[in-house]
Design a protein around this ligand. Structure first.
Ligand code: B3K
Ligand code: ZN
Length: 872
C-alpha cells in the first residue's frame, strides 16, 4: 500500500481555469460530460503530462478543443486519465463517463439514497464522478447543468445560484446552477429527487436577502423547523462574533438517509445526514436537538473557515475542522450555557480524543503521512484541533483573538492554505513568537502535567512546581515540551480568592501561567494564607493533570472554586480516584464516601446553579473514563463493579431524598428543547440513573417513567438507564419501545444504541440476531453505527470479554461491512484501539480476532490501515 507524505507536496503543473458539467440523470444510469478549461502553470515544462484522478470510472469519450483525441494522445484506466503531451497553452478537455449511482454503496461520489440522487465529494469523491485534479488546492468556478425525469426528480439542486431551468419534453426537465466562487472539487454537490421543503429568508448585515431552503422526504417538512431556526441563529451569530457575512443569494440544506458521517459543507448546498435535521419532541431527544443546532452551525460556519479559505492539502485538515469546531463550540456557549458547554466538550475530549491520543491510532492534529485520508477525520483533528485554537484564544484574549481572525480572513480569503500560515497570522497580529506553540499541531499524545505545591507561612511565599511529560506515540519516541497555558487561581481557607504581590520562576500573565519547559518552579510572594490552587481553569489546555491535592482539597474546590468548570472537575477527579482505586483492590474509606456525598448533595441543593450544570456535577464518570484513568492492565468487570459499588455507597443513605427531588423535578410544561427545560430533564434523568444503579428504587421508577413520558428524552432515558443497569424490566422496555416506534428508522437507531449497551452476556447473541434479520438495512451507516459503534465504544464489559466473543462479533461484522462501505467498517474497527490498556488475557483475545480478520479477508485500504496500525 502506498503512503502519502506531506513532504512530497507540490502544486499541480496545470491549473483548471473553469469547469462545466452536464449531468444526464436517468433511472438506469447517469451520464456525466465534463468540459475542463485547463492551462499550464507558469514554469511547467512543455510536454509535461496532465494526470487526472479517477476512481472506478470508465471513459466513454474524450475530446480536446472540440476534436476527438487520438488513442496515442492519452491513457486511461479506472483510477486515472493521462494526457501524454497536452498543448502548452490554454485548452478545453471534454470527457464523458457513465455512472451507476444505485450501485454505489460506498456513498462517496454520486449515489442514491431512498431514490434521491446526491453526492459526497470530500475528501476524494469527486474523482468518482469525473476525471479531475481532485485535490483541495485546485480551485475553479463551476457551472452545472443537470437534466432528469420530472416525475422522479422534480427538484434539481447544485452549488451557487440557479441561472436557468426549463422543460425538455418527454417528461424531462433541466436546471443550470452557477457558483461564482472558486472552489475545490470536494465542495461540489448535486441533488436530484422528489423532495419536500421548507423555506425562509435571512437579511445579512449589509442588507442582502438570502433565500434559505431545507429539503427532505415528503411528510418530514415540519420536522425541519428546528434546523431552520438553528441556521438563522448561526448566520446572525457569525456576523456578530466574527463579522462574517454570507455570500450567495441562496443557502440550501438537503437531508438524506444514507450518509457516511454527520453532514457536509458543500458551497451553498449543505447535505446532511437526516438524523441531524429531523426533530419532533415525540421522537427526538434533547441531545438530538443540541446536535442539530451544533452541526447546522458547524457546516454553516465552514462557509468562511473551509470554503472561502480552504486547505492546501489534506494534511492541513484541522485548519478548517479544528477552527470550525471551535467556532461551533463558541456558538453553543453563547446560545446556551458556557460552563455546561465547556464541560460537555471536555467530557467528549476525555472519552474519545484522549483514548485515541494514548493508543495505537495516535497521530498529530496535523499528520505528515497517511494511507487513506478518510481515516484521518478523527477526534484528534476535530476536537484537539479545536482545543489548540482555544488555547490561542486564551492567550490572546477576546479582542486579540478577534483581531487575529480578522487578519486571517483578510489575508487568506480565496486561498488554499496551511497551518503554518494560520500560525503566522496569529504571530503577526499579536507580536508573539508562536514557534514553540506550533508543536501542538505537529506532535501526538496527551501531555501529562504534574503539579505539587508548598506554602511557607513565615515568608508568606507559595511555591508551585510543574512538570510535563509526553509518553511516546507511534513513530514519535521522544517529545518536545509544549507551551501550555495554565489559567489558575489561588483560593484561601475561607473560600475567597487569594492574591500575591510578586511571582518569580516563570512567565505569568495575570491569571495565566505560560508553562513552556519540562519543569518549572513558580514562587508567589505575599500570599497571606495557605491556598488551595485551582489549576487549568476552564480546562485551559488539553492535558492530563495530576496533583498532590487530597480528597479534602478537591471537595473544597468543588464547593468554593469560582470557576464552574473546575468545581465540576474536582468532583470528577474525586470519584474517579475512588473507583479506580477500588477496581485495583484499594477500598475507599467510609469518610471518603461521606465527604463526597455531602459535596454532591450540596451541589444538588445549591440555589445558584442551574439544572444542566447540576446534572453534570452529579454524573459519576463512565467506566471507560475510569479505565482510561487506570491506564494499564484494566479489567472492565472490576471497574464496572467498583463504579456500581461507589454509586450504591453514595446513594443508599440518601435514596429517599434523591427520589423526592426526582419527583419534584417532573414538569407538565409543553415540551420545548430550550436549555432550561433540557437542563431540568437531564438533572431528573441523572437522578434516575443514580437511583437505578445505586438503589432498588430506580428500576420501577424507570419503568414507570417509560410509560408516562410525553417526550422522547424522558422515554429514551428511562429505557437506556434500565438497559445499562439490566434491570428486570429492561428487556420488556426494549420490546415495548420497538413496537411503539416500528417504522421510524431514526428511532430504531435509538433502540439499537440502547440494546448494544446491555451488560448481560446474551447481548452478543441478541445483536447477531438483530443483524441477521432479513429486514435489517445492512447498507445504512446510521443503523450499523448505532448498533456496532455503541457496542465497541460504550459496552466495555461485553466488548472486551476474556473469551473473545465481543471482539469476534465485531471483526466478523467489519469484514462483511467492508465489502459494502469501507469507511463505515474502518470507523467501527477503531474501537480496538483500547487493547493496549487491557489486562493481558483480554488484550490477547483482541489481537487474535484482529489477526484472523487480517488473514481471512481481502480488506479495503481503509480497514487495512487501521488494522495494521493497531497490530503494529
Ligand atoms: N467536512 C465534512 C466531513 C467530511 C468527512 C469525510 N470523510 C463535515 C464536517 O466536518 O463539517
Ligand atoms: Zn467540519
Amino acid at each position: 500500500e502506498q503512503t502519502i507524505y506531506l513532504k512530497d507536496y507540490a502544486p499541480t503543473p496545470y491549473r483548471i481555469v473553469s469547469v462545466e458539467l452536464d449531468f444526464k440523470i436517468l433511472e438506469e444510469s447517469t451520464r456525466v460530460r465534463a468540459q475542463l478549461t485547463v492551462e499550464p502553470r507558469e514554469g511547467t515544462a512543455p510536454g509535461t503530462p496532465l494526470v487526472l484522478d479517477g476512481d472506478e470510472l470508465k471513459l466513454d469519450s474524450i475530446a480536446l478543443d472540440g476534436a476527438p483525441l487520438m488513442q496515442s494522445a492519452y491513457a486511461s484506466d479506472a483510477n486515472s486519465l493521462t494526457l501524454v503531451e497536452p498543448p502548452h497553452k490554454r485548452f478545453v478537455l471534454e470527457t464523458e463517463v457513465t455512472l451507476n449511482p444505485a450501485a454505489n454503496t460506498k456513498l462517496m461520489g454520486l449515489y442514491r439514497s431512498s431514490g434521491t440522487w446526491c453526492t459526497q465529494c470530500e475528501p476524494e469523491g469527486f474523482r468518482r464522478i469525473t476525471y479531475y485534479l481532485d485535490r483541495p488546492d485546485v480551485l475553479a468556478p463551476f457551472k452545472v447543468r443537470m437534466s432528469a425525469p420530472k416525475s422522479v426528480a422534480p427538484v434539481l439542486l447544485a452549488n451557487g445560484n440557479l441561472v436557468d431551468q426549463g422543460d425538455l419534453g418527454e417528461g424531462m426537465h433541466f436546471a443550470v446552477w452557477e457558483d461564482p466562487f472558486l472552489k475545490p472539487a470536494y465542495l461540489f454537490a448535486l441533488v436530484a429527487g422528489d423532495l419536500g421543503s421548507i423555506k425562509d429568508s435571512f437579511t445579512t448585515m449589509s442588507g442582502r436577502e438570502v433565500e434559505l431552503g431545507i429539503y427532505c422526504t415528503h411528510g418530514k417538512e415540519a420536522e425541519c423547523a428546528y434546523a431552520m431556526d438553528s441556521l438563522i441563529r448561526s448566520m446572525a451569530w457569525d456576523e456578530r462574533r466574527f463579522g462574517r457575512e454570507y455570500d450567495l443569494d441562496v443557502f440550501n440544506i438537503v437531508a438524506v438517509s444514507d450518509f457516511n458521517f454527520g453532514a457536509m459543507e458543500n458551497k451553498g448546498l449543505n447535505i446532511f445526514n437526516d438524523r441531524l435535521v429531523f426533530a419532533k419532541p415525540e421522537t427526538a431527544t434533547d441531545a438530538n436537538y443540541h446536535g442539530i443546532e451544533r452541526v447546522i452551525a458547524h457546516e454553516y460556519f465552514h462557509n468562511w473557515t473551509g470554503n472561502r479559505i480552504t486547505c492546501r492539502d489534506w494534511f492541513q485538515l484541522c485548519l478548517k475542522e479544528g477552527l470550525t469546531v471551535f467556532r461551533d463550540q463558541e456558538f453553543t456557549s453563547d446560545e446556551r450555557s458556557r460552563p455546561v458547554q465547556r464541560i460537555h466538550d471536555v467530557q467528549n475530549l476525555r472519552t474519545s480524543q484522549f483514548p485515541e491520543d494514548g493508543g495505537p491510532l495516535a497521530h498529530p492534529p496535523r499528520p505528515d503521512n497517511y494511507r487513506e485520508i478518510n481515516n484521518f477525520y478523527t477526534t484528534t483533528v476535530y476536537q484537539k484541533g479545536a482545543e489548540i485554537v482555544r488555547m490561542l484564544a486564551t492567550m490572546l484574549g477576546e479582542a486579540g483573538f478577534r483581531k487575529a481572525m480578522d487578519l486571517y480572513f483578510e489575508r487568506h480569503d480565496g486561498d488554499a492554505t496551511t497551518i503554518e500560515a494560520f500560525i503566522k497570522v496569529f504571530e503577526d497580529s499579536s507580536g508573539r513568537n508562536l514557534s514553540q506553540f506550533a508543536t501542538w499541531y505537529l506532535q501526538a499524545g496527551t501531555p501529562q502535567v504534574k503539579v505539587s505545591d508548598s506554602y511557607d507561612a513565615a515568608s508568606q511565599s507559595y511555591t508551585l512546581t510543574l512538570s510535563q511529560t509526553n509518553d511516546p506515540t507511534p513513530g514519535e519516541p521522544t517529545k518536545k515540551p509544549l507551551l501550555i497555558p495554565v489559567r489558575f487561581g489561588l483560593i484561601g481557607p475561607n473560600g475567597s480568592p487569594l492574591g500575591w504581590t510578586g511571582v518569580s520562576g516563570g512567565t505569568v500573565e495575570d491569571d495565566l501561567i505560560l508553562f513552556d519547559s519540562d519543569s518549572a518552579t513558580l514562587t508567589f510572594e505575599g500570599v497571606a494564607n495557605k491556598p488551595v490552587p485551582s489549576l487549568f481553569r476552564g480546562f485551559s489546555a488539553p492535558v492530563k493533570l495530576s496533583t498532590n491535592l487530597s480528597q479534602d482539597d478537591l471537595l473544597f474546590l468543588a464547593r468554593h472554586d469560582s470557576d464552574p468548570f473546575n468545581r465540576w472537575d474536582a468532583l470528577q477527579t474525586a470519584s474517579t480516584t475512588l473507583i479506580a482505586n477500588a477496581a485495583q483492590g484499594k477500598a475507599w474509606s467510609e469518610d471518603d464516601v461521606d465527604a463526597l456525598r455531602a459535596a454532591l448533595i450540596d451541589t444538588l441543593e445549591n440555589g445558584e446553579l442551574d439544572d444542566a450544570y447540576k446534572a453534570q456535577a452529579l454524573d459519576i464518570p463512565a467506566e471507560t473514563v475510569v479505565g482510561r484513568y487506570i491506564g494499564k492492565d484494566v479489567n472492565p468487570d472490576a471497574v464496572a463493579a467498583a463504579r456500581k459499588g461507589l454509586v450504591t455507597a453514595l446513594v443508599s443513605p440518601v435514596a429517599s431524598k434523591l427520589a423526592s427531588t426526582y419527583e419534584a423535578l417532573a414538569s407538565s410544561d409543553a415540551y420545548s428543547p430550550n436549555a432550561a427545560q433540557a437542563g431540568r430533564r437531564s438533572l431528573r434523568n441523572g437522578l434516575l440513573s443514580l437511583l437505578t444503579t445505586g438503589s432498588d428504587r430506580g428500576a420501577a421508577l424507570a419503568a414507570n417513567q417509560f410509560e408516562v413520558a410525553t417526550n422522547m428524552t424522558d422515554r429514551y432515558a428511562a429505557m437506556a438507564i434500565s438497559v445499562r443497569n439490566w434491570t428486570s424490566e429492561a428487556s420488556a422496555l426494549l420490546g415495548a419501545f420497538r413496537t411503539r416506534f416500528a417504522g421510524d428508522p431514526l428511532v430504531f437507531d435509538k433502540w439499537l444504541t440502547a440494546s448494544a449497551q446491555a451488560p448481560d452476556e446474551d447481548v452478543i447473541d441478541r445483536m447477531r440476531a438483530t443483524l441477521a434479520a432479513p429486514d435489517f438495512p445492512k447498507t445504512n451507516p446510521n443503523r450499523l453505527r448505532s448498533l456496532l459503534g455503541s457496542f465497541v465504544m460504550a459496552n466495555p464489559v461485553q466488548f472486551t470479554r476474556v473469551d473473545g466473543a465481543g471482539f469476534r462479533f465485531i471483526t466478523e461484522a467489519v469484514a462483511e461491512i467492508d465489502k459494502v462501505n469501507p469507511q463505515v467498517a474502518s470507523r467501527i474497527l477503531t474501537g480496538f484501539r483500547v487493547l493496549p490498556i487491557l489486562e493481558a488475557s483480554r488484550r490477547e483475545a483482541g489481537m487474535t480476532a484482529l489477526q484472523a480478520l487480517k488473514e481471512q479477508h481481502t480488506l479495503s485500504r481503509n480497514v487495512g490501515e487501521i488494522l495494521d496500525r493497531i497490530l503494529a
